[in-house]
Design a binder for this molecule. Sequence first.
Ligand SMILES: C[S@@+](CC[C@H](N)C(=O)[O-])C[C@H]1O[C@@H](n2cnc3c(N)ncnc32)[C@H](O)[C@@H]1O
Length: 330
Amino acid sequence: MRPEAAFNGYVVTNFCLLLHEAQIFDLFSNKEKTISEAGFVRFVESKNRKIPLQANELIDFGVRFSIFERPDRASLRLSDNGISWLDNRAFAVWMIGGYGAYLRKTIMHSQNDDATPQDSINGEYVAIGSQMANRAFMNDVFLDLLDEYRPKCLVDLGCGSGARLVTACENDSRCFAYGIDINRDAVKLAGTAVRSHDLDDRVEILHGDALERGSELGQRIDRPIDVVMSFMSMHDIFNLYGPRESARRILSNFNEPRYVWVADTVKSDTDGGQPLPIFTSGFELVHAFQKIDLFSRETYIDAFESAGARLVQQRYLNVPNTYAMIFKTG
Ligand SMILES: C[S@@+](CC[C@H](N)C(=O)[O-])C[C@H]1O[C@@H](n2cnc3c(N)ncnc32)[C@H](O)[C@@H]1O
């Protein structure tokens, strides 16, 4: 990749995170993706200096980065490129918001022994970015799965922001759901989501490791578990326990759930000649920094089949190298 393209890509990704955080993308949510320039200026000024750039600077950089265009003197419109950023901003939130400080700290760590890089992963932003990516790309498949399997009792390993548990319980008033996450900030976020949807009586969120705390949880749940699911977190669990042992524990800790839904980004086939898709190389880089291995689709299938489940469905999740794999037990 040419240095100028890579460097400018980094700059523009940061700029798009700013547009998202400052809620500027939301100004263009109308069908025409257009706003009056005066309205834009008023909005930025109303933020009372909470945005680090002034309205005219935001406009100038936005036009220079081909995110905004001016259909006439008085209006601003999102360009096709800007619309594509609007759709893909989850990846800026996840990469720069979630892992930006971590990558910098880790790089500096070799020079500075005081740094504690792992603490600089922003779990809240990882969870928010993942939730945004889910909404933008994977939600249709998730809703299809809920419709097809109609779980009444569901466990989410690595539940992040809890959005999926809320969706499942809002979709079916007889559904009970349990979420576990190892990151305290994610657990807080999930707790808030559950309370704000008045679902405390049907959703429980626990802090801890999916299989350690999960074993306690499995013993406590007295209704048959229809689905244990893990969206974008099974690679983390595989790294702790190994693929086959993780699958074995998931089935035994959760009383042989009827189904296991695993959605994850699998290892890509590296081919230097191809243009890089969005997300994949960032996902692989942050995991390489953390010494977390990624796995092929075959490894997921082998792990759950070795534990006695069988693959009954696979769906592409509209994010490069990312699939949902549905296993049936028994
Ligand atoms: C990429 S996020 C995905 C969150 C959510 N499943 C979603 O689809 O939006 C991965 C989540 O897994 C959690 N996680 C990683 N390892 C875990 C473990 N061993 N036990 C429980 N949670 C874990 C992380 O804290 C993070 O919230």
